[in-house]
Design a protein around this ligand. Structure first.
Ligand code: ADP
Ligand code: MG
Length: 344
């Protein structure tokens, strides 16, 4: 330790991780990939690997129990981890669950949380194999570690994108962020006047996107059926812009992302416009959609184009060409990630 004090907000999340972990070296040849991807990759022999990922959800930072039912929270905590396993093109198999709870919660409330975890375990066919339980003085924390398996040759890293590859996204984007905006708005209305009932009518889709996101395990299966192995892949937790930048940085490539191609559901667009927000900006910077972003070789274009689950949104270029966003008017601007600034 030196006397110098650096504020967390000076670094931001990714620079902080880099700084804290820069002096660690892997000691085992089985550790094929450590820090820096959606999950670590461990060689288990015979051409097979295990992939491992951890996510921590903290009350007041990642969820608000005013509008997040505990059952949904349990489901979402599992889904976000399964999503990271999917991003490696692997099959999720087991989870461990660690919780820190205050005596504000009843046993029944925690049973609700576990009912959601159970639903996710059945939907994604995973086993709950352990965890830890402890007390907390400041709200609920839930940390899940997910383990998956894959043949070594089928694993997709963030670092595999090549010039001329196409950039593809599953599903549609921006919905989870708009769901959050509606929930926050209704919370403010309720705080101002508890007699007014929240007006959530007609917002089922975006609320579902925020409160009960699905990991795209189905998309991984479609890719397998189509015989397409992405050259790189990441899941969209922090917004499309941030994830595109991760792929480009890890793969040392540039890219063009076309605004007009970004899939946004009509319901998401309508609510965004109600809030005076540009739907594209919600897709780029909103986050929590848990869709998959990946790159494919040109030879796989037809397979992907003909599948309604996937949309081609851009292409990969040489690193020297830069990372660009082409807006609706055709103007080319440098792509930047706003994402969440957790430490501000
Ligand atoms: P994701 O958004 O896909 O969950 P993160 O951005 O959280 O990934 O993490 C990026 C990488 O940094 C991952 O490899 C993760 O395991 C690693 N990482 C995150 N926090 C820490 C930490 N405190 N110590 C060591 N590694 C970390
Ligand atoms: Mg991820």
């Amino acid at each position: 330790m030196t006397d110098k004090r650096t504020e967390l907000s000076d670094l931001g999340e990714f620079a902080l991780i880099e700084r804290l972990t820069q002096d660690f070296q892997n000691k085992h040849p089985e550790t094929l990939r450590g820090i820096g991807d959606d999950a670590a990759v461990i060689d288990t022999g015979n051409g097979m690997c295990q992939v491992v990922s951890t996510d921590l959800l903290v009350e007041g930072v990642h969820f608000d129990l005013t509008y997040m039912p505990l059952k949904h929270l349990g489901f979402k905590a599992v889904a976000v981890n399964v999503s990271d396993i999917c991003a490696m093109n692997a099959t999720p198999k087991q989870i461990t669950v660690a919780i820190a709870v205050s005596n504000r919660f009843s046993v029944e409330a925690l049973e609700e949380l576990y009912a959601g975890i159970k639903t996710a375990c059945s939907e994604y066919e995973i086993d709950l194999i352990g965890g830890d339980t402890t007390s907390s003085q400041s709200g609920l924390m839930i940390s899940i570690t997910a383990i998956g398996t894959a043949a070594q040759e089928s694993i997709t890293y963030r670092s595999g994108a090549k010039e001329y590859d196409l950039l593809v996204v599953s599903g549609d984007l921006g919905g989870a962020y708009m769901g959050l905006q509606v929930l926050e708005r209704e919370k403010e209305v309720f705080k101002a006047n508890p007699n007014i009932q929240p007006d959530l009518d007609g917002h089922d889709y975006i609320l579902q996107r925020q409160l009960k996101p699905q990991a795209r395990l189905d998309a991984i299966r479609y890719l397998k059926e189509l015989g397409v192995k992405p050259t790189s892949m990441i899941d969209i937790s922090d917004g499309l812009a941030s994830e595109v930048l991760h792929i480009c940085k890890a793969s040392e490539v540039g890219c063009h992302v076309y605004d007009e191609k970004i899939p946004i559901d009509a319901k998401t667009s309508m609510v965004a416009m109600d809030f005076n927000l540009d739907p594209s900006m919600c897709a780029l910077n909103g986050g929590e959609d848990y869709e998959l972003l990946f790159t494919i070789e040109q030879k796989d274009v037809e397979m992907i184009q003909s599948n309604p689950n996937f949309t081609i949104i851009g292409h990969i270029t040489n690193a020297a060409d830069g990372i660009y966003y082409v807006d609706k008017s055709g103007s080319v601007v440098t792509l930047r990630a706003q994402g969440w600034k957790q430490f501000d």
